[in-house]
Design a protein around this ligand. Sequence first.
Ligand SMILES: Cc1ncc(COP(=O)(O)O)c(C=O)c1O
Length: 394
Amino acid sequence: MRISSRARRIEPFYVMEVAKAASQYAREFAHSQRPMIFLNIGEPDFTAPPLVQEAAARAIRDGATQYTQATGLDSLRERISQWYAQRFRVDVPARRIVVTAGASAALQLACLALIDAGDEILMPDPSYPCNRHFVSAAEGRAVLVPTSAQERFQLSAAKVRQAWGERTRGVLLASPSNPTGTSIHPDELRLIHEFVRSKDGITLLDEIYLGLSYDETYGHTGLAIDEHVISINSFSKYFNMTGWRLGWMVVPEALVPVIERLAQNLFICPSTVAQHAALACFEPESIAEYERRRSEFQARRDFFIPALDAMGLTVPVKPDGAFYAWADCTQLCRTLGVAGSWELAFELMKTAHVAVTPGRDFGSADTGNFIRFSTASAMEQLQEAAARLMALAA
Ligand SMILES: Cc1ncc(COP(=O)(O)O)c(C=O)c1O
């Protein structure tokens, strides 16, 4: 069978490949003293809180399961709009909000709506791998711009200006970022966006981890800058609903009918049950629970990052959000006699029974020297993982 060149261009999502290997090892170690600890997948260990579960069950019982509008339930768009007002003090009218099947669908819609064949999109190296694949699936080209710890692993306006070429159409940024958990300073983001606008380009801003922000300097939405920033968001992370497949995007008003047309054709609508359930996310009781969980994520970060630093797995920039640790593993590779982070990930699975993600997925500049830990697991798991790694590193 002849496979399209488009499909052939998409690399595997190595996180998932490593996860497959981790599950195999996990079966082997299941009855040992040390079952596998999974710190490889970026997924909260919490599930949707009770009110959300009940709302889903009620929707199913009441038969509220037909297709919705392609842009989502109006009531949910309203609720999201209110959330922006309450939490971020920004006015985002519901008519600019499009509910989608996760941030993934939102990113695909944005790329299909705005990118023509051969258009180039700048993004930082390292960054979330699927983002560059969404660009290639739309026949565009993701241009990875290497970043350093001094830059918080984010692009700056100066770098964007320098990298901007004839075919550049825009930037795709994530703040806080996966894999680093670091955000772009709001002033820098404004400068980037102003430059992009001066080139008639697009600023795509993946804010899927914004709800999980631990630092007042960074916890602001880019939507405060102007209505041309396109923000992508999700119920997956802060709202702990990964498998429910629900997210949203905020787009300039003129783009809504374009996105709607694409969404009608490609998805018909996001999951109706998930949308009814998501309405309950914004009830005070649910928000209180989410905030409790956010503090728990912060406590995990505050335990795990110093533990890694102490064993020479240095995390060069303290994450201000999300639940990741992007650790320099050169020293541990040397100690264990392995060639780089890919080999190290397998070594850690086999010897410490700790699954991590090698840097390879996230770019090509310096990713062979980094591994990503997800700190979205319970504190006891993180403590046990830290003890096992410490024993290896000693
Ligand atoms: C930066 C980033 N963007 C988008 C996604 C996709 O999220 P969703 O589950 O909403 O499709 C992820 C998932 O890990 C992510 O880390």
